[in-house]
Write a protein that binds this ligand. Structure first.
Ligand SMILES: Cc1cc2nc3c(=O)[nH]c(=O)nc-3n(C[C@H](O)[C@H](O)[C@H](O)COP(=O)(O)OP(=O)(O)OC[C@H]3O[C@@H](n4cnc5c(N)ncnc54)[C@H](O)[C@@H]3O)c2cc1C
Length: 483
C-alpha cells in the first residue's frame, strides 16, 4: 500500500495541468468549474488519491482532472467540455473494471461517487439507483423491503459498470442478466443532452445500453425491476480437500444439471486463506469448494441442499441460513483494492469431462499463491429470451469459467504469473461458446474478442453508436467503434 501511495504521489507531481501534459489553461479549467456544482479535482487536492484509485493496481493510470458530478447537468457540462477540448473522457462507477477503464491517462475522469442515492418503490417493485452506487447500496436498500435485483458477489463493485456490461450474480438463474431487469435509464449522450431511455422512449438506445457498456453516454440513473428475495436465504462457502477434486467436480455437474433455479452454485478451486473460518491445518492448502446461494422457500432448503450435504467431510462449512446481504458480501475481503489482477474467462455451453479434467489439472499446476479457478452456473432465465433481446446476447451460455491471478505490486514472478493465466485461458478456449463476459475482459483482449462477445448484435450496436456518438467521445471502454 505504501508503495502504491508513493507511486500515485510521484505521478501527481508529474501531472500538473498548467503548462502540463494536457495543454489546458487555468482559464479553461476555471470555465468548467464555473459550470458545475460538484467538485472539480486536480492533482494535489485532498480527495484526489481516493478519486483516482481503481481496484486493479496493475491497470492504474493518472487522469489530469476529475469531476465528481452532483447532477446530470454537471455531467452534461463535462461531456461538452471534454468533447470541445478533445479530452479523453472516462467514467468511474465503482472503479472495479479489471481493464482499468474507469481512469484515463491525461484525460478527464467523471467519478460518479456523489450520485449514490437509492429510492425504492415497494408497491411498483422498482429501484431507482444513482450511477455512483456500489452493489451494497442497492442490496441494502432493496432488502429493507424483502426485494432484490440481479447483482454480483462483491459488494464494493459498481452498479453502473456491472449493469451496462450485462450483469450476473446468484439471482441470474431466476431472473436473467441484470439488464433483463433494467426498466429505464437517464443518460447524457455525446451531444450533451439529458435523455431518458426505456422500451418505448429512445428504445434503440435502451437496447444498446442493455449490454453495450459505456459506449453510448454517461448514465446518471438506473431503474431496476425488483423481486421478492430473502431477507433470509441459505448460502455460504463449503469446501473439501483438493485431493477429492474429481468427485466434487463431477458432483457439481450432476447437481447443476438437476438444480431448481432457486439454487445458484459457484464452483471454486482455491488456496485456503489463513482466515479464522478455515481450520489452521488447512491454511494455504488447495481446496475445492462451492459458493452456494439458495433463495427458494425456506421449507425446501434442506431438500435443495441435500446433494451438497451428501458430499460429506468438508473442511470448511459456512453453509447456513443467513441474510441475503451477507451472502452478497462475505467474499468482499478476498479481492482487496490495489493489488495486481489478471483474469481470463470464457462462456461454456456445458461441462464436459474434458472441461472438468482441464480445470483440475490447471489448478494442480497453478503457480500463483493468490490464484483460483471458478465456474459459475448461469443456466435458466437468460437462456429463455431471444438472442437479440438487448445487446448483451450470449443466451447460449450455461456457465462462465474463469482463471484468476492476484499478486502484490512488485511481485518478482509477476510476468510468469501473468503468462500462466494467459496460457490457462488458452487451454480453456476450445470449450468456449466462442465468447467471454465483456465485464471480465482484460485490457489486452483484442477487438476480435469484443466482436465475438456481441456476435450477431454487433452490427446494430455499431449503427446505434453512429447515431448517438459518431465521434466516439465515449471510447475509454471495451470500444464499439462507429464504423
Ligand atoms: C472483485 C470483482 C468482483 C466482480 N463480481 C462480479 C459479479 O459478481 N457479477 C458481474 O456481473 N460482474 C462482476 N465483476 C465485474 C464487474 O461487473 C466489472 O468489473 C464492472 O465493470 C465493474 O463496474 P464498476 O462500475 O465498478 O466499474 P468501473 O471501473 O468504475 O467502470 C467500468 C466501465 O463501465 C462504464 N461505466 C461506469 N459507470 C458508467 C456510467 N455511469 N455511465 C456509462 N458508463 C459507465 C465505463 O465504460 C467504465 O469504463 C466483478 C469485478 C470485480 C473486480
Amino acid at each position: 500500500m505504501a508503495r502504491e501511495h508513493a507511486r500515485i504521489t510521484t505521478s501527481l507531481e508529474m501531472a500538473g495541468i498548467d503548462g502540463g501534459r494536457v495543454g489546458l489553461t487555468r482559464e479553461q479549467v476555471d470555465a468548467l468549474r464555473s459550470r458545475v456544482t460538484g467538485p472539480l479535482l486536480r492533482p494535489g487536492d485532498e480527495r484526489w488519491p481516493e478519486a483516482v484509485r481503481i481496484w486493479n493496481g496493475m491497470a492504474a493510470t493518472m487522469p489530469a482532472l476529475v469531476l465528481q458530478p452532483a447532477t446530470p447537468l454537471d455531467v452534461a457540462a463535462a461531456v461538452r467540455f471534454a468533447r470541445d477540448q478533445g479530452l479523453l473522457l472516462s467514467i468511474k462507477g465503482g472503479g472495479h473494471n479489471i481493464a482499468g477503464t474507469a481512469a484515463v491517462e491525461r484525460g478527464l475522469m467523471l467519478d460518479m461517487s456523489q450520485m449514490r442515492e437509492v429510492r425504492i418503490d415497494p408497491r411498483a417493485r422498482l429501484g431507482i439507483v444513482g450511477a455512483g452506487c456500489r452493489l451494497k447500496d442497492v442490496d441494502q436498500a432493496t432488502q429493507e423491503h424483502g426485494l432484490a435485483t440481479v447483482l454480483g458477489f462483491i459488494s464494493e463493485v459498481g452498479v453502473a459498470g456491472l449493469t451496462l456490461g450485462g450483469g450476473l450474480g446468484y439471482l441470474t438463474r431466476r431472473f436473467g442478466w441484470t439488464v433483463d431487469n433494467l426498466e429505464e435509464v437517464q443518460i447524457v449522450t455525446a451531444d450533451g443532452e439529458i435523455r431518458v431511455a426505456n422500451r418505448s422512449q429512445n428504445a434503440d438506445l435502451f437496447w444498446a445500453l442493455r449490454g453495450g457498456g459505456g459506449n453510448f453516454g454517461v448514465v446518471t440513473r438506473f431503474t431496476f425491476r425488483l423481486h421478492a428475495v430473502g431477507p433470509t436465504v441459505y448460502g455460504g462457502l463449503i469446501a473439501w480437500p483438493f485431493e477429492r477434486a474429481d468427485e466434487i467436480l463431477d458432483a457439481y455437474r450432476t447437481i447443476t444439471t438437476h438444480a431448481s433455479r432457486e439454487l445458484a452454485l459457484w464452483l471454486v478451486l482455491l488456496n485456503a486463506p489463513p482466515a479464522p473460518f478455515v481450520p489452521e491445518a488447512w491454511h494455504h492448502k488447495r481446496l475445492c469448494g462451492m459458493c452456494v446461494c439458495y433463495t427458494g422457500v425456506p421449507g425446501k432448503a434442506d431438500d435443495a441442499l441435500a446433494p451438497i450435504r451428501a458430499l460429506a467431510g468438508p473442511v470448511v462449512d459456512l453453509l447456513q441460513a443467513q441474510p441475503y446481504t451477507q451472502v452478497q458480501s462475505y467474499l468482499d475481503g478476498t479481492e482487496p483494492n490495489g493489488l495486481h489482477y489478471y483474469w481470463k474467462t470464457e462462456y461454456l455451453p456445458e461441462l464436459s469431462d474434458r472441461v472438468l479434467s482441464t480445470l483440475r489439472d490447471l489448478f494442480a499446476e497453478c503457480p500463483i499463491p493468490g490464484g483460483d479457478l471458478g465456474v459459475l452456473h448461469l443456466e435458466g432465465a437468460l437462456n429463455s429470451r431471444e438472442a437479440d433481446d438487448g445487446a448483451v446476447g450470449n443466451r447460449d451460455a450455461r456457465f462462465v469459467v474463469g482463471v484468476k491471478g492476484m499478486w502484490d505490486a512488485g511481485e518478482p514472478n509477476a510476468e510468469a504469473y501473468r503468462r500462466w493465466v494467459g496460457e490457462a485461458g488458452q487451454r480453456l478456449r476450445p470449450f468456449s461458446t466462442g465468447a467471454t463476459y465483456i465485464n471480465f475482459q482484460t485490457a489486452d483482449e483484442d477487438e476480435g474478442r469484443v466482436r465475438a462477445t456481441y456476435g450477431p448484435n454487433l452490427q446494430r450496436l455499431v449503427e446505434i453508436k453512429k447515431t448517438y456518438d459518431p465521434a466516439n467521445v465515449f471510447r475509454v471502454n471495451r470500444n464499439i467503434r462507429p464504423e
